[in-house]
Design a protein around this ligand. Structure first.
Ligand SMILES: Cc1cc2nc3c(=O)[nH]c(=O)nc-3n(C[C@H](O)[C@H](O)[C@H](O)COP(=O)(O)O)c2cc1C
Length: 288
């Protein structure tokens, strides 16, 4: 397989979804969502009448995020029925997924400009799907001294909680995170989730889980695309311990619930070895 420059890979990865512009019959699909149990929801897409454009110009004019809002209760389902010429192939995407690893040895020498990192994170935030396009994800990116402050706060919070004999190890881990150049903090807007629960009572119990799915997708995509640019990153979960301090320091609204912290920086070491369970234990296929 030809090797793509990381920069090319990231931009093709992020632009792939923009090559699809789908206008679904929102009323048909919405009715289907309201009537069917969740295990039949996937039948909504084939039942939906779609007009379908692959023009990048049109995709600029018709932004799904701008046009589709949960408040308007409109639903667009971006599932094109025919393959569309795309810059990124499954092979290039899988290559990026494979290259995404946990890098714990980080430094402050970023291989790309902070502006570029910010725009990659923003593009991920815009493109990552959410149930009913509810758009429950929220993000805060910290660089430099603000990033350092986060890991000082984490250290402050952990110190009285960690047994004295374990403190050196904890402090060492924390110093490793602080040695990075920045952190992406992921949140779920709980107001969006409760709003969806009120609007679609049938799925009341599902919306918190679906919001978790969406934040996880965003975390994975952000991790993968930043590492495609040559950065190293690792995913941390000091929530809920640090929630209050983070909210106070960066004026985070009370309805933003912290879900994860992605520490990033230049690579100062390699990722560790990783094993994989045999597919015989983890995978089944039928009918092909
Ligand atoms: C949902 C999830 C939660 C994770 N939480 C942490 C964490 O809190 N701290 C940490 O150091 N790594 C965390 N990781 C990283 C995993 O340990 C790591 O992804 C896994 O061992 C595979 O290694 P790789 O990332 O190099 O492929 C998490 C990963 C996932 C997917």
């Amino acid at each position: 397989m030809p090797t793509m420059r990381p920069q090319t890979l990231t931009s093709t990865f992020l632009s792939a979804s923009r090559l699809y512009t789908t206008t679904a019959s929102s009323s048909t699909c919405q009715a289907t969502h309201e009537l069917l149990p969740s295990n039949l929801l996937k039948t909504c897409a084939p039942l939906t009448t779609r007009t379908f454009s692959t023009s990048p110009l049109r995709s600029k004019l018709v932004s799904p995020q701008a046009e589709t809002t949960a408040s308007k209760q409109e639903i667009r389902i971006p599932t094109p029925s025919t393959p569309v010429a795309m810059a990124a192939t499954s092979a290039t995407l899988l290559e990026a997924f494979k290259a995404r690893r946990s890098f714990y040895q980080l430094n402050k020498e970023l291989p790309i400009a902070a502006d570029k990192i910010t725009s990659i994170v923003q593009e991920n935030l815009i493109q990552i799907p959410s149930s009913f396009n509810s758009q429950s994800n929220r993000v805060l990116v910290l660089y430099g001294a603000e990033h350092d402050k986060l890991w000082d706060i984490t250290s402050d919070v952990l110190k009285p909680l960690v047994p004295a004999e374990s403190w050196d190890a904890t402090a060492g881990r924390n110093a490793g995170f602080k040695a990075g150049a920045g952190t992406v903090l992921f949140f779920i807007d709980t107001t969006v989730v409760s709003g969806m629960q009120e609007k679609f009572a049938l799925y009341k119990d599902r919306f918190p889980t679906w919001a978790e799915h969406s934040t996880a997708m965003l975390q994975f995509a952000t991790w993968t695309t930043l590492e495609a640019e040559g950065l190293g990153a690792n995913l941390q979960h000091y929530n809920p311990l640090i929630d209050e301090r983070v909210a106070a320091e960066w004026k985070i609204p009370a309805n933003w619930q912290l879900t994860a912290q992605l520490v990033f920086g230049g690579r100062a070491g390699e990722a560790g070895a990783k094993d994989h369970l045999p597919l015989e234990e983890t995978f089944k296929v039928a009918g092909a």
